[in-house]
Design a protein around this ligand. Structure first.
Ligand code: GLU
Length: 442
């Protein structure tokens, strides 16, 4: 069987960490099996769907490296939905209803008041053709429900949740089409999963009850249901995904200096028993991706974790990957020296300015100024070699530890902390270093 997965966002907003995680897991599932990962734009809702969101979704997936092997748009597939729908009409698997939202609400309240589950009572099934004709005459248009088969128990083995069982008698026949002819999510999605040859549907557990209904839709459409897996939802550190995190888009993350590799490394493993490993790229993650490692508890997304993974990713990013984002003149040696101190690539420019100067060094005590004068003399003898310089100074002055190193670092960089001086000093260079030491000694 070819594994074909899909990511099916509605273009009514930007992708956030929660749906990026779903996209990634579907990508990993497909790649692992050498299969296909498809993007399906769920834009049946013409009012709320926006073209700029469609473009942003494509751009975000691209940035993350989750490039789809194909793309479909629901708005281009209405003819297909109509054809399949007419077959269901002919087979009696969809039926016309006229209740208003208020009437339905009242029915639900009555049932709940009697301690009964609020299941639709199917009274519309009793309408005759004459009733429908009279309604049409009066200008009323029906909405349509899918007729669940009460005699076919709903079962599937969920890739994450294990065996699932639903009793269709305990479920309402879902509305699949509105009176204005527009589609609700449920039926077009099942038609597309069949039409696009989707073998695995991996999505959030908020879709479990939809799956129960869709299992019967697949059968009614004459197709074998795909394999389903439902992941526990993503929550923030304080419980549910906060409004801010829930809407945190890839553009904001990129702006904040988060690398796509960090998003991938963290989200691939979030909710599983596998540790996050910043060394693994998407292909390596695909090889080790395993649905059975997913837990049932909500997956916690912590921005601090993302920042940590991001730093770890940056500390191993090769020069070639970042070269275009570094300040002019900053070469591979400089990147390698500075990279371990970065939490974002943009910070490289700050350290590069320290290399190129000028730097503003703190004022030193008389004693340290004298020491820095000695350092300048030593530097002239040993050159811009940190080990040689400090060894010579240690010998000459008897200083060691902080008094040996800190005044030098301060004079040479203007900072108390930073990249390894052994790597930084040759980048600063002999002449500039000499100048800085003399200035600090003066
Ligand atoms: N557009 C639906 C959503 O975003 C797709 C759900 C599905 O994966 O079937 O929830």
């Amino acid at each position: 069987m070819t594994v074909t997965t899909r990511f099916a966002p509605s273009p009514t907003g930007h992708l956030h960490v929660g749906n990026v995680r779903t996209a990634l897991h579907n990508w990993l599932l497909a790649k692992q099996a050498g299969g296909r990962f498809l993007l399906r734009i769920d834009d049946t809702d013409a009012e709320r769907s926006r073209e700029d969101y469609v473009e942003a979704i494509r751009a975000d997936l691209n940035w993350l490296g989750l490039v789809p092997d194909g793309e479909e748009r629901q708005s281009a597939r209405f003819d297909l939905y109509e054809r399949e729908f007419q077959k269901l009409v002919a087979a009696g698997r969809v039926y016309r209803c006229y209740e208003t939202a208020q009437e339905l609400d009242l029915k639900r309240k009555v049932l709940l008041g009697r301690g009964l589950p609020p299941i639709y009572d199917r009274v519309a099934l009793k309408l005759t053709e004459a009733d429908h004709a009279a309604r049409a005459e009066a200008g009323e248009r029906p909405h349509w429900r899918f007729l669940l088969d009460h005699d076919a128990p709903i079962e599937w083995t969920d890739g994450i949740r294990g065996p699932q069982h639903f009793d269709p008698r305990q479920m309402s026949d879902p509305v699949v089409r509105r009176a204005d002819g527009s589609w609700l999510y449920m039926l077009p999605s099942a038609i597309d999963d069949v039409g696009m040859g989707i073998s695995h549907v991996l999505r959030g557990e908020d879709h479990v009850s939809n799956t129960a209904t869709q299992v019967q839709m697949f059968v009614a459409l004459g197709a074998e249901p795909p394999k389903f897996a439902h992941e526990a939802l993503l929550v923030g550190t304080e419980g549910k995904l906060s409004k801010r995190l829930g809407s945190l888009g890839m553009a904001e993350l990129r702006e904040a200096g988060i690398e796509p590799q960090a998003v991938i490394a963290l989200l691939a493993r979030l909710g599983t028993s596998d540790p996050v490993d910043p060394a693994l790229d998407a292909d390596a993650l695909a090889a080790s991706f395993n649905l059975s490692h997913f837990g049932r508890a909500p997956a916690r997304f912590d921005e601090a974790d993302l920042a940590r993974v991001n730093a770890a990713v940056i500390h191993r990013l090769p020069f070639a990957v970042v070269a275009g984002r570094l300040p002019p003149g900053m070469d591979e040696a400089a990147w390698d020296a500075i990279r371990p101190n970065l939490s974002t690539v943009a910070e490289a420019a700050d350290w590069w300015r320290v290399v190129t100067g000028p730097v503003e060094a703190p004022a030193q005590s008389d004693e340290d100024r004298a020491y820095l004068g000695t350092a300048a003399t030593m530097l002239e003898q040993v050159g811009a070699d940190w080990a040689a310089l400090t060894a010579a100074l240690k010998e000459q002055t008897g200083r060691k530890g902080k008094p040996l190193f800190l005044p030098l670092r301060q004079a040479l960089t203007g900072h108390d902390h930073g990249p390894e001086m052994a790597a930084l000093l040759p980048l600063i260079g002999h002449n500039a270093a000499l100048e800085r030491l003399r200035a600090a000694a003066a």
